[in-house]
Design a protein around this ligand. Structure first.
Ligand SMILES: [Zn+2]
Length: 134
C-alpha cells in the first residue's frame, strides 16, 4: 500500500455552542489539513497521483467553502446578527469541530474520485482530529 499526503493551510472562525470552556466564545484558527491518498499500485509515472491534483481538488473546495469563513451550528443564535451585518458564514448540521471539518473534507475528496485514506485537521500545533473509514 502506497500513501501520499498533501498539506493545505487555511483559516476559519467558529464557536462551539454549549461548550463549557473558552471555545464557546467567538474565535478563529489557522489550521493545516493533511489529506492522504492511498493506492495498492503506482500509475505509469510511478505515483499514487500527482500532489498538485490533490491540491487543485481540495484547495478549490477549501477556498470556496471553509477559508476565511465563519462556521456555526445551524441553531446558533448568533446567525441573525451575522445576517444583519452581511457577514459571510456557513451553517452546519453539526457543531463546527475539527472532527466534523475533517470528515467534511474527507467526503469531498472521496466524492471527487480520490482513494482518500484519511484527513487530519490540525486545529493547533499540538491538537488534531482525524477522519477515516475503517
Ligand atoms: Zn476553536
Amino acid at each position: 500500500m502506497f500513501i501520499i499526503t498533501k498539506e493545505i493551510y487555511f483559516c476559519y472562525g467558529h464557536r462551539l455552542m454549549h461548550h463549557q470552556g473558552k471555545c464557546k466564545n467567538l474565535h478563529g484558527h489557522s489550521v493545516k489539513a493533511s489529506i492522504s491518498i492511498k493506492s495498492d499500485s503506482l500509475n505509469d509515472q510511478a505515483m499514487v497521483c500527482d500532489f498538485s491534483d490533490v491540491k487543485d481538488c481540495v484547495g478549490a473546495f477549501i477556498d470556496e467553502v471553509l477559508d476565511h469563513n465563519f462556521l456555526v451550528h445551524r441553531d446558533d443564535p448568533i446567525i441573525p446578527a451575522l445576517v444583519a451585518a452581511n457577514e459571510r458564514f456557513l451553517p452546519l448540521d453539526e457543531h463546527p469541530t475539527a472532527e466534523v471539518l475533517s470528515k467534511m473534507i474527507f467526503e469531498y475528496v472521496k466524492q471527487s474520485g480520490f482513494a482518500v485514506d484519511q484527513v487530519v485537521l490540525w486545529e493547533t500545533a499540538s491538537a488534531n482530529a482525524c477522519y477515516r473509514e475503517d
